[in-house]
Design a binder for this molecule. Structure first.
Ligand SMILES: Nc1ncnc2c1ncn2[C@@H]1O[C@H](COP(=O)(O)OP(=O)(O)OP(=O)(O)O)[C@@H](O)[C@H]1O
Length: 295
């Protein structure tokens, strides 16, 4: 017997059905601590503001075979196999230290391969530190909804799946459905299977679903500002709105305009070294000078 979608998500019929979680729960490397505990850190913490994330002398090393293939993370690996032949260590982050406060929107910039994604992965707990620590007031979420969605189902049903995976009740999903559809600009296509969507259309739908949730600590990778120029503008505006209603946001981007528009603080990393941490205009100016000098 084939189970219908509506039956599947009906808790009276299938109480055991749990949609796949959207946000990775694999954050065991992060110490989630209360603000008063964070104040015990040796770092300088502004006592008049609420610290949300503390990154304390963070080092991340990857081990790669000489062929370039990743061995795994050096931190965990070292314990298991002290010496591996033909393995090279990439020191991706070399002592990053900062305190992020409530309502800050922090841009992370730097040349290709400088360690931006590694920093965000360490903050979400996906990559363990080789040394140093990351503390967070609550579990940071990576803005994205890939995992929960099913391409063979319509956009509309995927809104249900995505909403449930974000932890909303079925009633709440119904309340949000129209807004998500409208934001994704998919009114005419919402009943078609997602597999028929262009990459821009499915990216817009994923963004619209993910952005419907309020977050305490939110990590946004630049890939999320998707679609054409118009939708990019709206997704940036949405990121600002989330920032205003939520706690703290981290934003990685190669677009200095997008960083200037969405961030009030910028951290610049180069070859794993923290170069500057300050107001966007000053830091971006120095970064651009550095890029010019390199040419
Ligand atoms: N899983 C991994 N295994 C091995 N090395 C890695 C891994 N991920 C990143 N690296 C290396 O770590 C360094 C930092 O990479 P990372 O992706 O964090 O930089 P990035 O600033 O985000 O780069 P980009 O701007 O090009 O996306 C690079 O030298 C990269 O090759």
């Amino acid at each position: 017997m084939r189970i219908s979608f509506d039956d599947l998500i009906n808790p009276d019929l299938y109480p055991e059905y749990e949609p796949a979680p959207i946000f990775s729960d694999d954050t065991s490397f992060i110490d989630v601590v209360k603000p008063e505990q964070i104040k015990n850190s040796d770092l300088h913490v502004d006592e008049f503001r609420q610290p949300v994330v503390i990154v304390d002398n963070l080092h991340v090393k990857y081990e790669v075979f000489s062929s370039g293939k990743a061995v795994g993370n050096a931190g965990a690996r070292r314990l298991l196999q002290p010496k591996l032949k033909g393995v090279r260590t990439v020191h991706a982050l070399k002592g990053i230290t900062f305190v992020a406060y409530e309502n800050e929107s922090i841009g992370v910039i730097g040349s290709n391969g400088s360690g931006k994604s590694t920093l965000l992965k360490a903050i979400t707990g996906l990559t363990p530190p080789s040394s140093g620590s990351v503390y967070a007031r609550s579990r940071p979420s990576l803005l994205g909804v890939g995992a929960a969605l099913i391409p063979d189902l319509s956009g509309d049903k995927n809104i249900t799946l995505g909403g449930l995976a974000l932890g909303y009740s079925r009633e709440q999903v119904e309340e949000m459905r129209e807004d998500i559809t409208r934001f994704a600009e998919l009114q005419e296509f919402i009943d078609l299977p997602m597999s028929t969507y262009s990459s821009g259309m499915s990216a817009r739908l994923k963004f619209a679903i993910a952005a419907s949730k309020k977050h305490d600590i939110l990590i946004v990778d630049e890939a999320l500002a998707v679609g054409d120029a118009k939708f990019k503008k709206r997704s940036e505006a949405k990121i600002r709105e989330i920032r205003d209603s939520a706690g703290t946001i981290f934003n990685v981007s190669h677009s200095m305009n997008s960083i200037k528009e969405t961030c009030d603080r910028v951290i610049w990393i180069e070859k794993g070294v923290q170069m500057m941490d300050g107001d966007p205009d000053t830091v971006i100016k120095e970064y651009q000078k550095h890029l010019k000098a390199k040419k």
